[in-house]
Design a protein around this ligand. Sequence first.
Ligand code: CTP
Length: 472
Amino acid sequence: MVFDIKPHEREIFRLIEQSAIELGYEVYVVGGYVRDRLLGMPSKDMDIVCLGSGIKLAQEVAGALRPIPRVTVYSRFGTAMIKHGDMEIEFVGARKESYRFDSRKPTVEEGSLEDDQNRRDFTINALAVSLNERNFGEIIDPFGGLHHLEEKLIKTPLEPGKTFSDDPLRMMRAIRFSTQLLFKIDPGTLSAISKYKNRINIVSQERISTELQKIVLSDTPSIGFKLLFKTGLLQIIFPEMANLQGVEIRDGRGHKDNFYHTLEVLDNLSKHSKNLWLRWAAILHDIAKPATKRYNPDHGWTFHGHEALGAAMVPRIFKNLKLPLDGKMKYVQKMVRLHLRPISLTKDNITDSAIRRLLFDAGDDIDDLMMLCEADITSKNPNRVNKYRSNYELVRQKLKEVEEKDRIRNWQPPISGELIMETFGISPSREVGMIKTAIREAILDGDIENSYEAAYQYMIEKGNEFGLKTVV
Ligand code: CTP
């Protein structure tokens, strides 16, 4: 079969062909670029394999381009990269062994195109397009990759145990591609993942998390998480999440399976938001349910405090997964901590002060929080779903009204600690904090107006209660 070369590709393909002729090399486009193009998806990363030195070929190609691009050489890997328009083109010599992906650094040997295709992860990633004069544009497909693209199948080119021991990250990649492309994993390949799952332990956490993030960011992330669980990988790489699975029954009463519930919430949310960190909040919102689970014959199953404990678990989980420990983590913590707040507001207690408190605690993230809470409705009972939905509608309406009136979202209480110290001639102390909190609470409760004057007056009263006298 011949590759349908697009006009924008023809020029660069011909130039690579000419450069390879100059050096006496054979040359091919390989891997993800060929796969994505055959799937009709855009791709900006092109991998070129030659029978010779990838670095020399990159230099030859760069020399023929105008303006001449910079060649970035990775001598440790024997590869080189140039940028051409919005494309990144990477050049490498064909090889027998994969050292690039492997932590154990086997010896590298030059090889044929066939050797190079043999050492790739999946048949759909082992397709090559010839850029040589004798068969320019021909697709070289030794493992039936074209057929598997049509069948939507992820399969290793060699016996899966061999492909996975070359680089165990490929077990995660199989699941990631299956999730992104909605492809099935070949049964033999899938059972090999279960068999070799423990090999994932030799792969760096950074590489594992890169794949995990791609699963989280796909359209239906549950597909990947279910496969990770089924193969046993999740239990190794993210045990806290695997622990959510299971239903316990006492006196004939069970609770919901929190793993599948979490996945439903994640999928629901993913239909409305591509925000990676909000998706992490969905993954983690019930993470402390196993740790807080109690059974009480009168009340059935309870998970009291799971939102607070869950928020407290976030830093360790982020650290283990090597996710950023900055504002993004804080945001996820906040979402986990607050995820029950909107639902706790029912018709009778949607008071202005409860709404002001929610606005104050959530700040600018209030819309994200509401989105998470709505995704959290997974009941199969339509009456309940309707009840929750209309309640949220009411909360949203109230949020809007109160925000328009009181502007709490980005609100800072009008009296600072400095002003309190100056007014009463005192140094930093417990009283300063107590007066500040009292002012904030009084405004949030609606006891005093949200203005400087009212807050100043209240500060004087509170100070007097503590036996303080004004000095200014
Ligand atoms: N590859 C491999 N084993 C790996 C990683 C990569 O065999 N662990 C090969 C595959 O042939 C792959 C190519 O190297 O197609 C390029 O790898 P990479 O850029 O990581 O992935 P892509 O397949 O391009 O897909 P994506 O960009 O979605 O990661």
